[in-house]
Design a protein around this ligand. Structure first.
Ligand code: SAM
Ligand code: ZN
Length: 427
């Protein structure tokens, strides 16, 4: 049995050509499945699908991340007319079940290195889809199964990597096994790196030197996308995020990327983020500006005055507004949102839609940080946002931090405006 904590040594990849062919699924006899179903106390339900979690790692809190993946997969299938999914770390197989049933995938390959989950995964899949030509279960190390599929020229439309810790070691093999225009759904739970507490580690895994920033959880997403942009460039591809999602339980960072060939002169949105410890302003800048600029808000220069730089990272929009709109429409069509249903999912997708404004720079400003610096009371967030928008600035909430604002208005102007709003008596 393999070690199962997402920490296979890099020396295992690339695999030599000629690795054994994948096994196909074994069929469990009917009465055995029934026995598992009746007697197992680990029964769960997600979006009406009943399944067994056995001894596999399963978190109910991750269901929103799965909802988002299913919506994006379904939007893809509707536009391309087909969907083949490789669920590289499937656990009990809930994602595979949902890709088959809800996203109506034509075919799903459900893989988990732990072969003790075989009966569990097969049992769950059989319950949602009796046609066994539509799914296969296998138990390989993820890099191995991805590389084998690539060598067989058997490409997938969506590859889901739901790893523990960092996903970076699976990026290359996943991109090779992905069809052009296909989707890569990545998960990362490495909160130490995004928090700037392990800059050398983030440099190794993502090629980004990350320092502590007040919007660390957004940095986690930008680090993940930036690492994928770099890996894709090595292979001659380009990836862009369709959505990015930070979830509090964990922390958990998830991004859905679309992979294509780069267009000539395409802006890779791959650069640096500076944060000024003196005034709290943050800004993105390009490679050409690296080392030449300081804080554009209070004019402090260099790290001596506290202008710290992290990167290279993804500095473009976290989501595609077109894609989020399509996901929202689909969620409404399925009754997942609207008419009082799915309030949290609807709120999340709407926040993502607002956040996808390309004018918004990376990062967010926590109102309590701003008011602490300025030694003032803060105005209501809604009022501040509305006023900024009326003045022609881009302004949005962040799906990551509830009392934070994203805006292209500099810190000095924002603080002055907030002070003015507080001094206006409210009716
Ligand atoms: C986070 S859990 C997956 C949860 C599942 N996707 C879900 O949504 O419920 C990670 C799974 O990856 C498997 N795993 C860990 N390292 C692996 C590797 N290198 N290759 C394949 N599977 C691996 C573990 O056995 C575990 O079941
Ligand atoms: Zn400054």
């Amino acid at each position: 049995m393999l070690a199962l904590h997402g920490c296979f040594p890099k020396s295992l990849f690339p695999y030599p050509i000629g690795t054994p062919k994948l096994e196909t699924s074994t069929v469990l006899c009917k009465d055995r499945i029934l026995k598992v179903n009746c007697c197992n106390p680990n029964r769960q339900t997600e979006r009406g699908i009943e399944f067994d979690i056995g001894g596999a790692f399963y978190r109910h809190e991750s269901s929103t991340g799965r909802d988002l993946g299913i919506l994006a997969a379904s939007v893809y299938r509707q536009s391309k007319g087909g969907l083949r999914v490789l669920d590289a770390m499937c656990g009990c197989g809930i994602r595979s079940c949902r890709y088959l049933m809800e996203a109506e995938a034509d075919f799903v390959l459900a893989n988990d290195a732990n072969d003790e989950y075989r009966d569990l995964i097969v049992g769950n899949l059989k319950q949602v889809e009796r046609d066994e030509t539509r799914w296969v279960v296998c138990h390989s190390e993820a890099n191995r199964v991805l590389t084998e599929r690539y060598l067989q020229r058997d490409f997938f439309d969506l590859i889901d990597i739901d790893s523990f810790g960092s996903e970076s070691m699976f990026l290359r093999s996943a991109m090779l096994a992905l069809r052009l225009g296909g989707l890569l759904y990545l998960t990362n739970t490495d909160g130490y790196s995004s928090g700037g507490h392990r800059p050398r580690h983030s440099l190794d895994a993502y090629g980004a030197f990350v320092r502590p920033l007040p919007f660390a959880n957004e940095i986690g997403l930008r680090m993940l996308i930036g690492g994928a942009v770099r890996e894709a460039a090595v292979l001659g591809y380009h990836v862009t995020p369709l959505f990015s999602y930070y979830a509090y339980h964990g922390p958990v960072f998830r991004v859905m990327l679309r992979m294509n060939r780069p267009k000539i002169l395409e802006n890779r949105d791959y650069g640096f983020i500076g944060y000024c410890n003196r005034c709290g302003h943050s800004q993105a800048f390009s490679w050409e500006e690296l080392g030449k600029i300081g804080c554009s808000c209070c004019n402090s220069e260099g790290s001596r005055q506290g202008f710290v730089v992290s990167g290279p990272l993804w500095i473009g929009p976290l989501h595609s507004s077109d894609h989020i709109t399509q996901m929202l429409d689909l969620a409404a069509e399925w009754g997942w949102v609207g008419n009082g249903a799915g309030v949290e999912l609807e709120k999340l997708l709407k926040h993502m839609l607002d956040e996808s404004d390309p004018r918004l720079p990376p990062g967010y400003i926590k109102l309590d940080e701003m008011t602490r610096r300025a030694k003032m009371n803060g105005p209501p967030l809604r009022m501040l946002m509305r006023t900024l928008q009326e003045m022609g600035y881009a302004a949005s909430r962040s799906h990551i931090a509830s009392s934070a604002i994203k805006t292209d208005c500099g810190m000095a102007v924002l603080t002055k405006l907030a002070k003015e709003l507080v001094s206006i008596p409210q009716s």
